[in-house]
Design a protein around this ligand. Sequence first.
Ligand code: AMP
Length: 507
Amino acid sequence: MSPIPLITRAEGYGDRTAVIASEGTFTYAQLLADSAAVAACLLEGAADLDEARVAFLTPGGYHYVATQWGVWRAGGVTVPLATSHPKPELAYMIEDSGATIVIAHPQYEDTLRELAEERGLRFLLTPDILETPPTAPLPDVDPNRRAMIIYTSGTTNRPKGVVSLHTTIEAQITSLVEAWGWSGDDHILHVLPLHHIHGIVNVLGCALWSGAVCDMLPAFDANAVWERIERGGLTLFMAVPTIYARLVQAWNAAPPERQAAMTRACAQLRLMVSGSAALPVQTLEEWEDISGHRLLERYGMTEIGMALSNPLVGERRPGYVGAPLPGVGLRLVDEDGHAAPEGSPGEIQVQGPAVFTEYWNKPEATASEFVDGWFKTGDVAVLEDGAYRILGRSSVDIIKTGGFKVSALEVEDVLREHPDIAECAVVAMEDLEWGERVCAALVLARNGALTLQQLRDWSRERLAPYKMPSRMIELTELPRNAMGKVVKPDLSKLFVEAEQQTQPTAG
Ligand code: AMP
């Protein structure tokens, strides 16, 4: 028996289907055999990789899963790379993690072979490692050892490597399995990137822990997702808000008979979940109209796993992320370090077995993010009638203007109700008079037109005066990262540039 919790469980699942992907359909027994082959290849006769970092890049599919398990079973630490990252980012993650082995799917061979060979690292291709006959016995990997380093998006600084132990991953998974009622009868469609906690833990990890089927698409494509839902058999779907928005668009673009079929097919699923960014109430409502599902919104972070979730059974309040998940210690702390009373905003702080151990090679950064054993998330929330509402990240979403604090997320939700606004993001801009100004970047609906004055006139009845945007720019699209999150620091720069262009030049 493997001492790695996720793998021990799989040993009991035998001939049940584990993964359906572009490479074929694979049982748990096959996955165990293939990951043992990967482990043997990585070990090259050694007894244990002893937490050597193995960076790997493959699209969503079976090669990803067999590689991840193979690295773990050989005693290594996985460093999943992002298919969306440019070469310098990949180079940074390989170097920062101190990876000694680099594995690529043939699709990424050119980029990664060069990066590995330039640095004298061992380079392997996924089809080859899956075919090594398992020779030596695999090591006994203590579950308290390091398992994975995930690089956080990093807004101002270089990304930091978030280290999880096998036991951390186990705690993150078991909390969700309990809260969302996962079982071996589940069948989930996986469309998320696999360098991020959402795709790695919430979808893949929970499915394999439960003996469920993980049906993997190599990347998100709205039509492919709809076709897969229509084909039937799925019970679960999890995605980020932008994916739901794209699925709504695709539904709207379909002819009426197909729309009816798409809607009918959604009824087969038992649960649809949204997270990793704020779910606009409008998207929640549109999705409910077309799919019949009230999305279950949850809140979490790479460093802590999932912390807050709406209930599986019971009321899911739009705009709220519910209550702490099983095993999660959570408190709200005000700026003076005191517990924030109900109704007052405070920083979310979390503790428990699902919280990460350290930022890789950054003891100072790790120490500064904890207070008395609580991890400081940097997110601000408020508790109202038993459910938490996220106000945003204190660094970019809490705008301090004229002595007031404004939640960018709250303003965004109001602006989205304007018929001419398709998408929007609100950021702060430094200002001598106000401290900070509320600035709105808008993507207008087709044929939409809006001036700042019109926006302010419309906002007057919906927002307090200090929450109304006083700067506006129009964009064709918002800058987003691979998870669909708006990159707010990039937006703030656009406002500064726009301001400079309107200033009269000296001389
Ligand atoms: P990541 O570590 O990439 O998953 O990003 C975590 C961050 O995403 C959190 O710190 C929050 O700022 C944000 N986030 C995640 N879930 C939600 C949610 N449901 N509502 C608002 N923000 C969220």
